[in-house]
Design a protein around this ligand. Structure first.
Ligand code: B3K
Ligand code: ZN
Length: 875
């Protein structure tokens, strides 16, 4: 490691209450072309619960201190001390007003944290610790203050000047425009926001359940105004949904969303002023795919829901991040399930947990839903905190049932309104209303790693009893070797070859589906009055984020695929069957029986596709993804995995081309508009098209070419482009289509990103060379996170075959790029590094090359963000 390596670790166990509280925060921003001056007036009082320290220590980074005074007394250098991270003021009174002016340089801010500029506009990103790059402050979530913000700029410089809350005044004086905002709700500094720019605005209104009118505004660049209608509709749906589902009403007179081109994440829930990555708010059928429409709806919901789960009730410290993120992801996931296909949403969520979160859990960055330490908090905005955290809330909701869960969340929101609290406070509410003992359940917050359930069964014909034995164990994770048994809600059903059977346990009839509380290392459950050996339908609805293994027979899987009334289980049975075929191919074993079973069942589904949800069938047609397959091996061979997948796709296409083509043609008339059935038809039709392009025939190339040229929506146009680009035999046609696509869409940044992405994810040929070329393309911009994601992250995380090329060049390329990006934007650099941290999953040759790439980074001067990930990965 470089000698200057930063190693300061923050620990949950060291949490102390703040020494001071900030009753009022008054900020004035003077925006100048080359710099911004920030004057703050903080009303500070000593926290009676603190340890009565004599000094005040504030956070502050990269600030030029211009003036400092306490009440009317100007401070001299003897009164305080600054370090790169802090300002310490000696011997402060019990209660005082601190006046401070700092100068900052938003124009030079390439980390996109704090106040920065994006396409000329000013915007902020303060979570988690960006506010300290704006002014000296107690930049921690348990310090909640009432904010007033004044923004001053040259008259005419910006049409839009926004901050949190309500606009108090907007005046002009001496050639300056002065806009004054006030947010009546106390909030931590991470929820502060400021925007100034020349923006167009789409306006609408929402009447809350108690009859208050709320002004809704979405601000974007003028050229994007026609792409905000869907986001506006989604916002109104989300507001209504939260009233109906959680009884949560919006609290300010105004709700604003601003779209920004350069943004490290998807969006940010600042109070009353959400800031969004353009990719999560702009949508238009001509230029946006159905998947992206659904993402816009989900993210709009997510950020809106934070108004209660995050803003009104916030986190005591960053170890509690999942308190707001896990809960809010669960809320947005249910919102999306209610607005679209519930089964498909559940499958998508389960797939992310399985192929991304389980991989994180098995690697060097594994951490509990409530971590115990970090070097850089930005590295902990992870699938574990977000998605596993959401699964933990979902399990609680299922354990309590809908009525008690709602009572518990009502209690949580009313008891802790205006406070900064912990995950334990949340669980306590669940426990209080239900009188259930959740002490074992709490381990889900503190214990890292994925529990494995090994399931075996036996049937006793004489007694008509069916027994299931479930053994659970959780493998060790870094720093946690000793794992305890968890409380796992395990939903199951039993099928005969026609339908779900009535379940009788201990003489009690449970209906046809039941939740078993698995709490011990090993448990056996006996089902009575079972007249023949049944087929178990396990972990229904993905009722817990666990791995299961059960030795299914081929026929059993086929029956679940056709019969099961749980969408997740149907899909999972298909994934299982596909996995059996693929594993045998990878191991070089004979898999004729598995292949025949798979082809037969897909044939049956395709032939009768009109009988089922087309969107679900489309999900069921996709093979288990490569990262998931890799996670099933001790040491995975990425090349063999990719080849096996391609081979199986080729084979399905070859054997089922009649059915696939028929499905494609029959659905043609059902794909108009943005309705759920039309979207479902498009997804199935495009899944069929992707398979057909595995066949090297001119008629299929023409089919894709025709769809590409004639599509009146982006879903179909892009699906055809992908099908062409991914088929090696279609290279010439694909090149023409790529050129036409760029020609058509070069002025739409988000579509150009898709154009980058399809090229970076092509599974054949010398993609690394293509990727290097794209980096110097006129439309590429290394400072824009969306472009980095479209080229570099797409190649490293979504092009398994190419990234893992045995030469190791993909790994070296990623390391070089990270070293470069880290100079400008540490958060992005650190996120892009993730694929290299999985080296332990792969065969020795690959693992060595991946480690070498990580080691090459240790020769550089690294940010805290990248240092933490590299050092933990090599440990
Ligand atoms: N809360 C923000 C995340 C900000 C992360 C900054 N490093 C987005 C969200 O989860 O809603
Ligand atoms: Zn969030």
């Amino acid at each position: 490691m470089s000698p200057t390596a930063p190693t300061i670790v923050t620990r949950l166990a060291d949490y102390r209450v703040p020494e001071f509280l900030i009753e009022k925060t008054q900020l004035t921003f003077e925006l100048h072309e080359a710099h911004t001056d920030v004057s703050s007036q903080l009303t500070l009082v000593r926290n009676p619960q603190g340890s009565q320290a004599a000094h005040l220590e504030l956070h502050g980074e990269q600030l030029e201190l211009l003036t400092l005074a306490i009440d009317d007394r100007v401070l001299t250098s003897k009164d305080y001390r600054t370090t790169p991270q802090n300002l310490t003021i000696y011997n402060v009174p019990e209660r005082f007003v601190l006046h401070c002016t700092t100068r900052i340089y938003p124009e030079k801010n390439t980390a996109l944290e704090g106040l920065y500029r994006s396409s000329g506009m000013y915007c902020t990103q303060c979570e988690a610790e960006g506010f300290r790059k704006i002014t000296y402050y107690l930049d921690r979530p348990d310090v909640m203050s009432e904010f007033e913000t004044v923004i001053i700029a040259d008259e005419g410089a910006f049409s839009t000047m926004l901050s949190n809350g309500n606009c108090v005044s907007d005046t002009v004086k001496d050639g300056k425009r002065i806009v004054h905002w006030h947010d009546p709700f106390k909030k931590p500094s991470y929820l502060f926001a400021l925007v100034a720019g020349n923006l167009a605005c789409l306006e609408d209104h929402f009447t809350t359940q108690s009859g208050r009118q709320v002004l809704l505004q979405i601000y974007t660049a003028a050229k994007d105004q026609d792409k905000c209608h869907f986001a506006m509709q989604s916002l109104k749906k989300a507001m209504r949904w939260d009233e109906q589902t959680y009884g949560r009403e919006y609290d300010l007179d105004r709700f604003m969303i601003v779209a920004v081109d350069d943004f490290n994440m998807g969006a940010m829930e600042n109070k009353g002023l959400n800031v969004f990555n353009t990719s999560c708010v702009l949508a238009h059928p001509a230029s946006t795919t159905d998947a992206a429409f659904r993402r816009v709806e989900g993210v709009i919901g997510h950020e809106y829901f934070h108004n209660w789960s995050g803003n009104r009730v916030t986190c005591r410290d960053w170890f509690q991040l999942s308190l707001k993120e896990g809960l809010t992801v669960f809320r947005d996931s249910e919102f999306s399930a209610d607005m679209n296909s519930r089964a498909v949403k559940r499958i998508e969520d389960a797939n992310v947990i399985r192929s991304v979160q389980f991989v994180e859990d098995a690697g060097p960055m594994a951490h509990p839903v409530r971590p115990e330490s970090y070097m850089e908090i930005s590295n902990f905005y992870t699938v574990t905190i977000y998605e596993k955290g959401a699964e933990v809330v979902r399990m609680l909701a299922n354990i309590l049932g809908p009525t008690l869960y709602r009572q518990a969340t009502d209690l949580y929101f009313s008891r802790f309104d205006g406070q900064a609290v912990t995950c334990d406070d949340f669980v306590q509410c669940m426990e209080e209303v239900s009188s259930k003992d959740l002490s074992q359940f709490r381990l889900w917050y503190s214990q890292a790693g994925t529990p494995h359930l090994q399931i075996s069964d036996s049937y006793d014909a004489a007694r008509q009893q069916y027994s299931l034995t479930i053994r659970q164990y959780t493998p060790a994770t870094p720093g946690q070797t000793d794992k305890k048994a968890l409380h796992i809600p395990f939903k199951i059903a039993l099928y005969d070859n026609q339908a779900a059977l009535p379940l009788v346990i201990n003489g009690q009839n449970q209906g046809t589906e039941t939740v078993l509380d698995i709490c011990q290392d090993e448990q056996t459950i006996v089902f009575e009055q079972v007249t023949e050996p049944p087929i178990p339908s396990l972990l229904r609805g993905f009722s817990a984020p666990v791995k299961i293994s059960y030795d299914y027979q081929l026929l059993q899987l086929q029956q679940l695929i056709l019969l099961d009334n749980d969408g997740f289980c149907r899909w999972d049975a298909m994934q299982n069957l596909m996995r059996m075929v693929l594993s045998k191919t990878i191991d070089g074993a004979n898999n004729h029986a598995e292949q025949a079973a798979l082809i037969a069942v897909i044939k049956q589904l395709l032939t009768n596709h009109a009988m089922m949800d087309a969107a679900l069938l489309a999900c069921m047609l996709s093979l288990p993804n490569s990262p998931y397959l890799a996670s099933l091996y001790e040491k995975a061979d990425p090349v063999a995995i990719s080849q096996a997948r391609t081979q199986l796709q080729d084979q399905i296409a070859a054997e089922l081309q009649t059915e696939l083509l028929n499905c494609y043609q029959v659905l043609q008339d059902q794909t108009h508009g943005l309705t759920a059935p039309a979207m479902a038809a498009r997804s199935l039709r495009n899944a069929a098209l992707a398979y057909l392009l595995h066949i090297d025939e001119v008629r299929y190339r023409e089919l894709a070419q025709q769809q590409f040229a004639q599509a009146n929506n982006m879903t179909d146009q892009y699906a055809a482009l992908c099908a062409l680009v991914y088929a090696e035999h279609a290279e010439a046609t694909a090149q023409e289509a790529l050129a036409a696509f760029y020609q058509q869409w070069q002025h739409e940044a988000l579509v150009v990103n898709m154009w980058f992405q399809v090229q970076a994810t092509r599974p054949w040929g010398d993609v690394l060379q293509t990727v290097r070329k794209l980096l110097s393309h006129e439309a590429f911009d290394a400072r824009n996170p969306n472009k980095l994601r479209a080229v570099i992250a797409a190649f490293a995380s979504r092009n398994f075959a190419q990234f893992h090329d045995k030469s190791g060049q993909g790994y070296q390329f990623l390391a070089e790029q990270i070293a470069d990006i880290d100079q400008r934007n540490p958060q992005m650099a650190s996120r892009l590094l993730t694929p290299l941290t999985h080296w332990h999953q792969f065969t020795d040759a690959h693992a060595a090359l991946m480690r070498a790439a990580l080691e090459s980074l240790t020769q550089r001067e690294l940010s805290k963000d990248v240092y933490e990930v590299v050092s933990k990965s090599l440990h």
